[in-house]
Design a protein around this ligand. Structure first.
Ligand code: SF4
Length: 331
C-alpha cells in the first residue's frame, strides 16, 4: 500500500501548520457552516454542544460499511459524539443527540491516538474512519498528528453528513485519503425541516466539489479496498424527501459518470421520525426502484445499491455482484 500523503505532511512540518490553523478556528468557532463564534478552547458551546476535547463514543473495527471499506478485517471506526445536524430520523441518535450520553464520552487525544494505532496493529483494519467529524475537524487532525509517531499508516476516511465548512475542508487536503460524504437533500426546505440545516444543499455541493478536487474518483488496490477518492452516500427517504433524482443528476453532471455512489435503502422511522408525518414509514419498493432508475438514467455505473431487504439496523448491508464496483440492482 502506498504511504498516505499525511506522512509527508507530518515530516515536512506542514501538518503541524494545518493543525494550528484548524485549532485557531476554535477560538471563535467557524469549524462548520453554523459559525457559532463561541470559544471552544475555553469549552464554550455552540450548536454542536462540544468544547475542545472530542467526544468519542466508540473506537472499534466495523464491518457494516461498503465492502471497499470494511474488507475482511473491518474499518477502524472512530464514532464522534454529538453532531452539527439534528436529523429527526437519525439512526445514531443516541450518540448524536442524547446529550447526557455523549457529553460523558470526552477522551484525551493521546488515548484516542493510542487506540486507533492499536486497532491498526492488532485488528488489521483497512483504514481509520472518522464518523461525523464536521464539528470535530481540528480534533480529528490532532488525533492523526499524535498517532503518526506511534506508527499510524492507514488511509484516513472522512465520513461526513457534508454540512462542512469549505475553509475547514481545504485544510484537509492530503490529510484525508477517502471522503465519504452523505448528500441528503437537494431542496433546502427539507434540510431545514428535517435536519435543522439551513442551506444544506449549498454547503454540501461546495463540500463535495472540494472533496472531488482533492482526491478524485475512488481508487481501489489489488485487493479491492479503497485507498483514495470520493464515495458519495445517498439515503432514499420516503415521499422523495431526499430528492434522489435531483441529487443523482447533479452528481453525474458536476462530477461526471466516474463518480462513485452508494445508494442506501435502509431507512426506517426511528428517533423523532415515528411522529413525523411523511417520514413515519419505511420506503416503498416503488420509491426504491425510482431511485435506482435515476441512477441508471444518469449513467452512474460505479458504486453500490443497498438491498432493500436489509435488516432494520443502522448498519448497512451492502452486496455486490462479484466485482465491488459493479452495481447490483437485484430485485
Ligand atoms: S463546530 Fe459547533 S460550535 Fe463550531 S460552528 Fe459548528 S456547530 Fe457551531
Amino acid at each position: 500500500m502506498p504511504e498516505p500523503s499525511y506522512i509527508k505532511l507530518y515530516e515536512s512540518g506542514e501538518l503541524k501548520l494545518r493543525l494550528d490553523a484548524l485549532e485557531a478556528k476554535l477560538a471563535s468557532c467557524t469549524v462548520c457552516p453554523r459559525t457559532c463564534r463561541v470559544n471552544r478552547l475555553k469549552d464554550e458551546h455552540g450548536f454542536c454542544l462540544s468544547g475542545y476535547k472530542p467526544y468519542i463514543t466508540s473506537i472499534c473495527d466495523h464491518h457494516g460499511e461498503e465492502p471497499v471499506l470494511s474488507g475482511t478485517h473491518g474499518s477502524g471506526t472512530v464514532f464522534f459524539g454529538s453532531c452539527n445536524l439534528r436529523c429527526v430520523y437519525c439512526q445514531n441518535w443516541q450518540i448524536s443527540q442524547k446529550r447526557n450520553f455523549y457529553q460523558s464520552t470526552e477522551m484525551d487525544f493521546n488515548e484516542a491516538a493510542r487506540q486507533i494505532v492499536k486497532l491498526q496493529d492488532e485488528k488489521g483494519v483497512h483504514n481509520i474512519n472518522f464518523v461525523s467529524p464536521a464539528h470535530f475537524v481540528p480534533q480529528m487532525v490532532r488525533i492523526i498528528y499524535e498517532a503518526i509517531p506511534l506508527g499510524l499508516h492507514l488511509p484516513i476516511v472522512y465520513n461526513t453528513n457534508a454540512y462542512d465548512a469549505l475553509a475547514s475542508l481545504k485544510l484537509l487536503d492530503d490529510i484525508v485519503d477517502i471522503y465519504l460524504p452523505d448528500f441528503k437533500y437537494f431542496d433546502d426546505r427539507n434540510g431545514v425541516k428535517y435536519s435543522r440545516a439551513p442551506g444544506y444543499s449549498i454547503y454540501a455541493k461546495a463540500a463535495i466539489r472540494e472533496m472531488f478536487r482533492q482526491v478524485g474518483a475512488l481508487q481501489l488496490n489489488e485487493d479491492g479496498l479503497a485507498v483514495r477518492g470520493l464515495l458519495i452516500r445517498h439515503l432514499i427517504l420516503p415521499n422523495d424527501l431526499s430528492d434522489s433524482a435531483d441529487v443523482l443528476q447533479w452528481i453525474s453532471q458536476t462530477l461526471g459518470k466516474e463518480a462513485t455512489v452508494s445508494l442506501m435503502a435502509q431507512y426506517f422511522p426511528t428517533h423523532k421520525a415515528k411522529d413525523t408525518p411523511l417520514l413515519n414509514r419505511e420506503i416503498h419498493y416503488s420509491e426504491y426502484l425510482k431511485a435506482v432508475e435515476a441512477l441508471n438514467e444518469n449513467g452512474l455505473q460505479k458504486g453500490f445499491v443497498q438491498d432493500m431487504t436489509a435488516p432494520e439496523t443502522y448498519q448497512p448491508d451492502f452486496y455486490s455482484s462479484g466485482h465491488p464496483f459493479e452495481k447490483d440492482t437485484k430485485e
